[in-house]
Structure formats: structure tokens, C-alpha cells
Design a protein around this ligand. Structure first.
Ligand SMILES: [Zn+2]
Length: 285
């Protein structure tokens, strides 16, 4: 894992967009080392936006990237899969406002990346080593990056619904563990909020096939569940995707307490706000 990687060949898929509800075609293409992950809107004359934290414009119902005329929403599950697969450089072309949601997880994107295969370059991969604690808080939620010798995640959520309740999960990142423990965890939502969401012209693509639907104290489509504590695992999946917008792998421990896309992005902005917070390292150092 010491060298930057892209995919070995291009691969395409098609599916429904979570919020727009429209059918979207997505094409993943290999990219030269150092170019990072870039989204292209084929339906907007190829306008592009780099997948970086400083291009995040909206975090309310997913993470949205925006640059010039190009904006792409709900990038976090795909970005988690890209990071989980160890891909550094990639072009992601979509012909709509979001990547397809597929199964509401990261695993379906990883299976697509499996088809493409991974190709290493001769360019060394650099990582961002966190040197001192960076923390952001909002009301009763917080997110922190803490110095650590490896990439670790610890998360706690506490929902009023008995279907979720209090859940904690911790894991040390490896491609194998990410694929097994985190990538299959599906997105979830409150059925009572879905109508409000649709009035905001969002959530049109949410279905019982791609979203765990909470109705008061039960999960309506519980047959879809892959883990008893799937909700906290999905929150880690979101954090992996949001932190992938750092543009390089992190060497740090992430600690999330009821954190979401807004805090995850604020955390990266906090990290980069002071050069004393981090250091660039190569695999050899
Ligand atoms: Zn999510």
C-alpha cells in the first residue's frame, strides 16, 4: 500500500439517485497519479469538482461537493468505498446530481471497484499524520481526531427510538475489516420524516430496498439488516467517506459522538486550519 493506486479499467453502473429519485449513469475511469478523486457532471458539459473537504457546500442530507457549475450530492458512501479499496486517483463521471445509491451501503460500490480491479502506480502515497487533538462540537455532538499510530474509528450514537437506542462501535481500519464490518451497513431514515423530506424535494429515491426505515420503535424492513448494530456502523461508514475528502489517508483515531456530515467536515477544516496539527508522511517514514 506504499504507492498511489487507481482502477485497472473503466467500469460503469446505473441506478436511482437517493434524493433526486432519477436514474443516474456512473462511469469510473482510471486517473493519473496525484490527480486525486474528481467528479465530473457529464450532463453539465463535463463540469468537474475535486473530491475535497474544501469543496463541501452542503451537509444536511448527505455531503455535497460544489465547484463552479458542478455539484454532486450524497458522495459519502461512494467515497467510503473508494477509500476502503485503497484508491487514491479516480475520475467519477455521473449524468445527474448524485451517484446512484445502489444498496444504500458502500459494499455495492466496492463490488463495482472489484470488477475494475486496482492498479498501483510508481508514485509514493503520502498520508496525513495527526500530531495533536483536533475537536469540533455542536450541542451534544462532537467529532475529534486524536494522534494514533494507525487509522481507528470509535463512534457512539444515542437515538430516542428503541429500534436504534444507544450503540457504540470501534474498529481499526484495514481494507479487509472495512469490507467486512463497515461497508455492508446500510443508510437509515425515519419514515415519519420522509414526507417532510419529499416536500423539500429530497428522498425521492429512498426505498425499502436501499434504506433501513424506522417507524417509531421498530425497523419496518428489518429483514434487510446485516448487523444488530448496523446504525452505528453506518455512521462510521459516513465518517470514512467524509474523512476521505482530506485527499489523503489519515493516520489518526477518529472519535465521533452523535457526529454527522456537518461536524465531520468541520473537523477536517479544523485540522487543516493549523499546519501544526498534522504532518505529511510516506509509507517508508
Ligand atoms: Zn450514509
Amino acid at each position: 500500500m506504499a504507492f498511489r493506486q487507481t482502477i485497472a479499467k473503466e467500469v460503469a453502473c446505473e441506478g436511482i439517485a437517493l434524493h433526486a429519485g432519477t436514474q443516474v449513469r456512473m462511469l469510473l475511469t482510471p486517473a493519473p497519479p496525484g490527480s486525486g478523486v474528481v467528479f465530473i457532471r457529464q450532463d453539465l458539459d463535463g463540469a468537474s469538482v475535486p473530491a475535497r473537504y474544501d469543496h463541501v457546500s452542503e451537509t444536511m442530507l448527505g455531503t455535497t461537493l460544489e465547484f463552479g457549475r458542478a455539484s454532486v450530492s450524497v458522495v459519502e458512501h461512494l467515497m467510503a468505498a473508494v477509500a476502503g479499496a485503497g484508491i487514491d486517483d479516480l475520475v467519477i463521471a455521473v449524468d445527474g446530481p448524485e451517484p446512484p445509491v445502489l444498496d444504500g451501503d458502500a459494499l455495492s460500490f466496492m463490488e463495482l471497484l472489484d470488477i475494475a480491479g486496482v492498479k498501483a502506480s510508481a508514485a509514493p502515497r503520502r498520508a496525513l499524520k495527526v500530531l495533536r487533538r483536533v475537536e469540533v462540537t455542536h450541542k451534544d455532538a462532537s467529532a475529534a481526531l486524536v494522534p494514533s499510530s494507525s487509522l481507528q474509528f470509535a463512534f457512539e450514537i444515542d437515538f430516542a427510538s428503541a429500534a436504534i437506542g444507544r450503540q457504540t462501535f470501534a474498529f481499526t481500519f484495514s481494507p479487509e475489516d472495512f469490507r467486512r464490518e463497515i461497508a455492508p451497513a446500510r443508510t437509515f431514515g425515519d419514515i415519519a420524516q420522509l414526507e417532510a423530506l419529499k416536500k423539500m424535494d429530497r428522498g425521492h429515491g429512498a426505498s425499502f430496498l436501499n434504506t433501513l426505515a424506522i417507524d417509531r420503535d421498530r425497523v419496518i424492513n428489518a429483514d434487510l439488516m446485516r448487523f444488530p448494530n448496523e446504525f452505528v456502523r453506518h455512521k462510521i461508514l459516513d465518517a470514512v467517506g467524509d474523512l476521505a475528502l482530506a485527499g489523503a489517508p489519515l493516520v489518526a483515531r477518529f472519535e465521533g459522538l452523535r457526529s454527522g456530515h456537518a461536524l465531520n467536515n468541520a473537523l477536517l477544516r479544523g485540522l487543516f486550519a493549523d499546519p501544526a496539527n498534522f504532518q505529511w508522511v510516506t509509507a517508508a517514514s
